[in-house]
Design a protein around this ligand. Sequence first.
Ligand code: 5AD
Ligand code: SF4
Length: 434
Amino acid sequence: MKKYYIETFGCQMNEFDSERIEYLLDKEGYSASEKIEDCDIIVINTCAVREKAENKLYGHIGNLKNLKILKPDLLICIGGCTAQNLKEKILKDFPYVDIIFGTHNISQLPELILKKKEINKNICEIREKGFDYALDRFRHTFPFKSYIPISIGCNNFCSYCIVPYVRGKEISIKPGKIIETAQKLVSEGVVEIMLLGQNVNSYGKDLDNPVTFSQLLDKISQIDGLKRIRFMTSHPKDLSAELINVIAEKPNIMSHIHLPLQAGSNKILEMMNRRYTKEDYLEIIHNIRSRIKDSSLTTDIITGFPGEKRDDFEHTLDVVKKVRFNRAFTFIYSKRDGTAACSLEDSISKKEKKEWFKELVALQNQISFEENQKLIGRCPEVLVEGKGSKNLLEGRLENNSVVNFEGSNNLIGRFVKIKITGAKSFYLTGNILK
Ligand code: 5AD
Ligand code: SF4
């Protein structure tokens, strides 16, 4: 049997796309391989959000050259956002890559593989736009939880971000199709569904019969047997009171909101084209906290945006101190060619940006640690997701925190009550309650 190996960079949407690729290759009679040296096809699903991921990709493709010399029949396929964005560079620098396919070409992969074998020339297939999603055609990695994308692409054009250029304009998937998919997954044993979109809060506006994200959530929450519904990412400018209400009212909608702040300074937020102010953001947090019991909040923050000064950065620190996020994903600004921000003058030194970044990370780590400490002694319900480090089981609380504890493998995919006994910045420890 022929084997494939898929490597995935980047966000959850890319992880989902890789699950689609797995489905397609399984159907063609391939099987997954744990080892890159053993396989007949390598697929790299790339990310273009920051330069670091792009450089890592080039290192990876470079490393495959020797394997290709040893195994000339090996097919190297590059898909995802960097394939969409920089096909010419990949073709020029890595002529031994066999297939380059874009974010709107995933369903074509099996026919591209056949074509490549026939014509024996490298193939580059990039659609500029389109809708390429058949929701029933993916293989969810975990039997008990699954992603479902609800919209593809993004209309926001935040000035630093490449996503609208590589994923296209926002297209919502019809609610009926999403609900049908969720029902089918639940009937197969899935208990947790993560709804995906670049901006889930603007879901449904483009449909012939517009539906709000809250209405969609409300419908999905009525599926019998669906214990946990998660969603990401929320954009503050579109987060409605209606959404806060539905989360507060439905016990199976998890009270964790990932709400990217990006920056705390109003000047920088405007330059980023985020379309909210620091005050708007703090008000949303206040509304969430006053309505949703035990809510947890995570965020994304960029430091060193062009033109950011120390006093701008201090506004970011101020929001972080005021909100006390459970966790923050922090990034140093990375210039992306073709975005609006790439022409902005950037006078802050790299050294200074790195110092701010470190300061922010240290502050947030301390806050994450203190927030996790508050959970010690509690006995939350946990979905056991698999094995973590030191042979311990790893589970997830409703609020998305991870907890490690001793237990047997047959608990994976089940709910248990855990007494929390310890806390670090990024995870908790505990014991199963007998
Ligand atoms: N530089 C740094 N971080 C970025 N992000 C998006 N584009 C860039 C960029 N050019 C971050 C944002 C976004 C997260 C997924 O990645 O914080 O929310
Ligand atoms: Fe990028 Fe902004 Fe769209 Fe998020 S909302 S994908 S940061 S353009």
